[in-house]
Design a protein around this ligand. Structure first.
Ligand SMILES: [Mn+2]
Length: 303
């Protein structure tokens, strides 16, 4: 089995590891490009080439959570079912890990997998914001007759946790725009961010987004939040996305000011011969673990 970072045995055991990586190669409804089911394996393989030391945090990040364990990949076939059955399986697996005190990082797979992971976290943390970084709102009631399509993820999450904050959106249907207005979804469109709508009094969109979140945050990161020039390996690419530096600066600020309780990364569609997309996403995950676990308890949240 491929593990995240390929750590020495003493740093990847399940018992002591505070963070666990759960491969969730679920793919059933992808509409344009296909291949997200290969993403967990590609990201895990790419992670073997990461430097373990991080110069920004001046630490070998895997030490911060006392190790990072990689779980056996979940498997999805005819017997495990799809749509709500697959969501229930993922929910159950993530819930078991949270109950064991683990910080869970779920690797998709198509975005539908986030419904299960977000639901497990919402049960565990009754006061929880769902932060979605994505090019798409995914708020359709159904898509091609399926309510569990990747295009409906946030509509399903809204049903059990309406505290949704969407960032980076630059593609949606009229039905979704209507939903956002009617339900007052907290929305930070890419165009508004890039036009500088939130840049005032020395603050940036980073703070505007973070101010809208509760203390506990579950993050669902769709790789198409990034610009396709950085991550071309996407099933539903959208121009006008975000770059590396602004994204990790945002995530660092987020981790400083709020408590990220878990996250998932989804919708990467590895394409041969590109190797950079899965490497960049592996690094994003590693950085984010670093930001989450280097947080100083009691730090001034308004700073
Ligand atoms: Mn998307």
């Amino acid at each position: 089995m491929t593990s995240f970072l390929h750590l020495d045995a003493e740093w990847c055991g399940f018992e002591q590891a505070g963070a666990v990586v759960l491969p969730v190669p679920y793919e059933y409804t992808t509409s344009y490009g296909k291949g997200t089911e290969g993403a967990p394996e590609a990201i895990l393989r790419a992670s073997h080439y990461l430097e373990l030391y991080d110069e920004e945090l001046d630490v070998e990040i895997y030490r911060l959570p006392k190790g990072i364990a990689t779980l056996p990949s979940m498997s999805f076939d005819e017997t495990s079912g799809h749509d709500q059955e697959a969501v229930a399986l993922i929910d159950g697996q993530v819930a078991r890990l949270i109950e064991q005190g683990k910080f869970v990082i779920s690797l998709g797979g198509e975005h539908t997998m986030s419904i299960g992971a977000a639901r497990a976290h919402t049960r565990h943390y009754p006061s929880l914001s769902i932060l979605q970084l994505d090019a798409h709102s995914d708020l359709r009631e159904e898509y091609y007759g399926n309510r569990y399509s990747h295009a409906c993820v946030m509509a399903r999450i809204y049903e059990f946790n309406p505290d949704i904050v969407q960032v980076g959106i630059r593609s949606q249907g009229a039905e979704e725009a209507e939903f956002i207005r009617k339900k007052s979804i907290k929305m930070f469109y890419a165009i508004a961010i890039k036009q500088g709508l939130y840049d005032r009094e020395g603050k940036s969109w980073h703070d505007a987004v973070i101010d809208s979140l509760k203390e506990n945050v579950y993050l669902t990161f769709d790789c198409d939040f990034f610009d396709p020039s950085l991550i071309p390996a996407l099933g539903t690419p959208e121009p006008g996305g975000f770059g590396w530096d602004e994204t990790i600066a945002f995530l660092r600020r987020l981790a400083e000011r709020r408590t990220i309780v878990g996250f998932d990364v989804n919708e990467l569609m590895p394409v041969s011969p590109f190797i950079s997309p899965q490497f960049i996403i592996a690094k994003l995950i590693y950085k984010l673990i670093g930001y989450v676990f280097s947080k100083t308890p009691g730090k001034d949240k308004s700073a």
